[in-house]
Design a protein. Structure first.
Lengths: 247, 372
């Protein structure tokens, strides 16, 4: 593969005696949609937080967009977008105000923000909602908006932590269209999910069990490898090996 | 540049918060208009019971004298001292004055007589002050009596007496409000500056929006600054309201310069907003921040000298109060308001308050963690 946007080697995070992430090694190429699967408590979110510079690794190395996540977390943060599991736009700000705020935070100027806002609202079909308070939007719309905000500054990688939780199938489909469009523009997408149909949409998928990556390949090859009909079967086979109590 | 967008956000959120604007009016109103009456420690209207066992002209004159002051209200004349004590227990009476059977006889023949004063000290201030007033009233009476019957009536050695004239400087009428209003303005600054700041960042932690900030490249000092600046302005508005109410309602205006008051208040606001930010950084939930805040606020307010003089605290506590920022600002406000002190006279306070501001704000920036 070509340019590596994410590269980790033996990346580990321990909390006291508990090893949340246990020596994971993988890389993700530019423009790839990388599915990061695992049961609850398998260590996905912890691994993702390390890659985003929110959490410092206990050992091992990790590079995101060419920056060391242990020593240059702030440089990493400039090159990435992040959409957390918990909805995190400002509910008491209007749609355009959220765009303006996050654009400004990533160093865009007023003109650039205005241009990009128009473009993005048109793409989402949200022109009429420009002046709506975010708290008044339905959940599916909020998720789409949050995703758009996370890639508003055209980052190299965007990290999505269960972005479609609690959203209806139609909206989920639309959400994935947005992901594809971002990927077409060259934005690398790193996504965690519990929906196995979504796993099929990914270029490559890793499956974490008890803090370790137990499988990593394209969905088709994983199905062949585990002699399974669906990704769901693959996931079930691996997740049952877990000795960790899920939360 | 980034700060512009962050400030825009903070101000929009602040102006949209209806609770906030109500608080900004209601708190100064309560604190400055109502509290000075409530925190009044002057003692008057003490309920007095007199047990007159003498029934002489001298004893009834003393009774009348006590009854004619504003401090005491003669509510009861009990036949015996135990009866009067029962009235104290029932809460009908605060003070008992017992005049013994031979009062007039002793006065005339021996030149001295004793009376008994009993005070209900459940309310300590009222008990001790009431008893003091009553004792001085009895002294007054005895002086009058001597002047009238004087050396003429008996061969009593001339007792030297001292007349003490106290002039109360800086608050000649000993008006409690003049003393309390500047102090209560400090309470206002502390609550609106410190307390609100403490809740702000925790609010973002609870909403989850802090994640989106932490994962962005915002330098943390800019983020903290964007949280502090609106609170500085709130603090200055609170100060203005407080001083205006103090003047409009109680007619209290500072003796010293307005500019100096704003100058010191600004430094104090820096210090308390910084302290609020520190609490915010160490708390995960609003509830936790509230409890920590209560703990410190109550402790620091009670030892600040706002309500009870620092000089009357135990020595170890007096020493501890040098670490209490509220104490410095309370003294500064009273000095400027009552005494009209100049900057030169307040220089030590200036250094202490600056010290607090620097320490708390540095601590706030240090303790904010974008990465764990």
């Amino acid at each position: 593969m070509n340019e590596k946007v994410i590269e980790t080697k033996d990346l580990t995070k321990r909390f006291g005696n508990f090893t949340a992430v246990d020596r994971i090694t993988f890389d993700v190429a530019r423009g790839e949609i990388f599915g990061f699967l695992g049961a609850n408590g398998a260590g996905k979110t912890t691994a993702m937080r390390m890659l985003c510079g929110l959490s410092c690794p206990t050992s091992g190395t990790g590079y995101v967009a060419g920056f060391d996540i242990s020593t240059q977390p702030e440089a990493v943060k400039r090159s990435i977008g992040y959409m957390s599991q918990k909805f995190s736009l400002y509910e008491d700000l209007k749609v355009w105000e959220n765009l303006r705020l996050f654009g400004g935070i990533y160093g865009m100027d007023d003109r650039e923000i205005a241009r990009k806002s128009d473009e993005m609202l048109a793409e989402l079909g949200f022109e009429a909602e420009r002046d709506t308070f975010v708290r008044a939007l339905p959940l599916g719309w909020k998720q789409k908006l949050a995703f758009s905000v996370s890639i508003f500054h055209e980052p190299k990688v965007v990290f999505l932590d269960e972005p479609t939780g609690g959203v209806d199938p139609i909206t989920r489909r639309q959400f994935w269209e947005l992901i594809y469009r971002a990927s077409d523009r060259g934005i690398t997408v790193f996504v965690t999910t519990h929906y196995m149909d979504e796993a099929e949409y990914c270029d490559r998928v890793s499956i974490m069990v008890d803090g370790q990556i137990r499988a990593l390949d394209s969905p088709a090859r994983l199905r062949a490898q585990f002699r399974a009909e669906t990704m769901d079967d693959v996931f079930q086979q691996l997740a049952r090996q877990s000795t960790r109590r899920s939360d | 540049m980034m700060l512009k967008y962050l400030l825009e956000k903070e101000f929009k959120q602040m102006l949209r918060n209806r609770f906030m604007s109500k608080l900004l009016i209601a708190l100064p109103l309560m604190t400055i208009v109502v509290f000075p009456y409530v925190t009044n420690q002057e003692v008057n209207d003490v309920k007095l019971s007199i047990v007159d066992l003498d029934h002489s002209p001298a004893s009834s004159r003393l009774t009348q004298k006590a009854a004619s002051t504003d401090y005491f209200r003669l509510t009861d004349v009990s036949p015996t001292y135990p009866d009067a004590l029962k009235r104290i227990e029932a809460g009908d009476v605060d003070l008992v004055l017992e005049i013994p059977p031979d009062f007039e006889h002793d006065l005339q023949n021996e030149g001295t007589a004793s009376v008994r004063i009993a005070a209900n000290s459940v309310n300590g201030t009222q008990g001790s002050l009431g008893a003091q007033y009553l004792a001085s009233l009895v002294n007054d009476y005895s002086r009058e009596w001597r002047e009238e019957n004087g050396a003429a009536s008996l061969a009593m050695p001339e007792v030297p007496t001292f007349d003490t004239h106290v002039r109360y400087r800086f608050n000649p009428m000993l008006d409690y409000k003049v003393f309390m209003v500047p102090g209560l303005i400090v309470v206002l600054l502390t609550l609106l500056g410190g307390a609100l700041t403490a809740l702000n960042i925790v609010g973002e932690k609870e909403a989850g929006t802090i994640e989106q900030i932490n994962v962005s490249p915002i330098p943390k000092h800019l983020f903290i600054l964007s949280k502090l600046i609106p609170n500085w302005i709130i603090g200055l508005i609170a100060l203005t309201f407080g001083m205006t109410f103090g003047w409009a309602v109680h007619g209290i205006v500072p003796e010293g310069s307005l500019g100096l008051i704003f100058f010191f208040s600004m430094i104090y606001i820096w210090a308390v907003t910084g302290a609020g930010m520190v609490i915010s950084n160490y708390s995960d939930t609003m509830q936790q921040a509230m409890f920590v805040l209560f703990f410190f606020l109550i402790m620091l307010l009670l030892t600040s000298g706002l309500f009870t003089p620092v000089d009357s605290m135990p020595l170890w506590m007096q020493r501890l109060t040098i670490l209490n920022p509220i104490r410095y600002q309370a003294e500064v406000m009273r000095l400027i308001y009552l005494k009209g002190s100049s900057f030169g006279e307040l220089l030590p306070y200036f250094f202490w308050l600056c010290g607090f501001a620097v320490v708390f704000n540095t601590w706030a920036v240090m303790s904010y963690r974008k990465s764990l």
